[in-house]
Design a binder for this molecule. Structure first.
Ligand SMILES: Nc1ncnc2c1ncn2[C@@H]1O[C@H](COP(=O)(O)OP(=O)(O)OP(=O)(O)O)[C@@H](O)[C@H]1O
Ligand SMILES: [Mg+2]
Length: 264
């Protein structure tokens, strides 16, 4: 039983018809904690995150296992439905945001229609949310369209948009992959600060082990739809057990060594 304050996934299978894409995934995340999910392309990270959010694209479905969010359980055959309590940040905010709507109005709409705030309250909330994601000059920024913002600003808007629903868990799917290294570090710091300030449970998905290690207290390594290794980040990095984790680590080390040798 999960009395609350925890996201728990038990033996999750995700299938496309008879084809199993994700198998036997179990993980657990308390509010205020951060868990990283790392693995190569196609290993099932995004599907796992989408199943947790209740947003598997049809005809994919939960074939077995359960997702329990603060005591509310979703099992095989559950309706496709974004449960309350989760906010999602995707890699490409340009695709996730409406290009024809000012960013402030998009955030305000969540406050009005999801949180039941009045138009005036929603406007005030929006400015406050923009400040929470450290966007200066919030009033002017709220009037812009997504394409009038930098990549980093757009990702901050995406995070504000995710926070607008008052989530207890923030599910991040490669949120910094499209950003340059400096902006990437700023966004990671922001997500980490929000985790502490708002006691958010953060599930952070990326193929990039150093990025995941930087932001996550614990990591789970995925390959071919299964978790092959999991544990505290320091333990997994210091003494990786699975050969695949070892290969991820040595690849990451080779990249950073190359950077130093290349004079960067
Ligand atoms: N809508 C879909 N229909 C059928 N198969 C899918 C669908 N979405 C993903 N898959 C398959 O499921 C597997 C896992 O995909 P998933 O998107 O979860 O990988 P990922 O780990 O997020 O990879 P990446 O790092 O490239 O984002 C892959 O083999 C993929 O081809
Ligand atoms: Mg993915």
């Amino acid at each position: 039983m999960n009395a609350g304050g925890r996201l728990q996934v038990d033996g999750l299978d995700i299938a496309d018809g008879a084809r199993r894409l994700v198998g036997g995934v179990s993980l657990s995340l308390a509010r205020g904690e951060s868990l990283g999910l790392v693995g190569e392309s196609g290993s099932g990270k995004s599907l796992t995150l989408r199943a947790i959010a209740g947003l598997l694209p049809a005809p994919l479905r939960i074939a077995a296992g359960a997702v329990d969010l603060d005591g509310v359980t979703r099992t095989a055959g559950a309706r496709r439905h974004a449960g309350p309590g989760v906010g999602i940040v995707f890699q490409d905010p340009a695709a996730a945001l409406n290009p024809l709507m000012r960013v402030g109005a998009q955030i305000a709409a969540v406050r009005r229609y999801v949180r039941g705030r009045s138009a005036a309250e929603a406007r005030t909330d929006t400015l406050e949310l923009l400040e929470r994601v450290r966007l200066p000059d919030a009033a002017a920024l709220a009037q812009r369209y997504p394409h009038e913002l930098s990549g980093g600003q757009r990702q901050r808007i995406m995070i504000a948009f995710a926070l607008a629903g008052n989530p207890r868990y923030l599910l991040c799917d490669e949120p910094t992959t499209a950003l340059d290294v400096t902006v990437q570090a700023e966004i990671l710091d922001l997500i980490d600060a929000l985790r502490r300030e708002e006691r958010l449970g953060v599930l952070f998905v990326s193929h990039d082990l150093p990025v995941v290690a930087r932001i996550s207290e614990r990591i789970a390594v995925m390959r071919h739809g299964e978790i092959v290794e999991a544990g505290p980040t320091t333990t997994v990095l210091a003494a990786p057990k699975h050969p695949y984790t070892r290969s991820l680590l040595s690849a990451a080390r080779a990249v950073s060594a190359g950077r130093i040798e290349g004079g960067r």
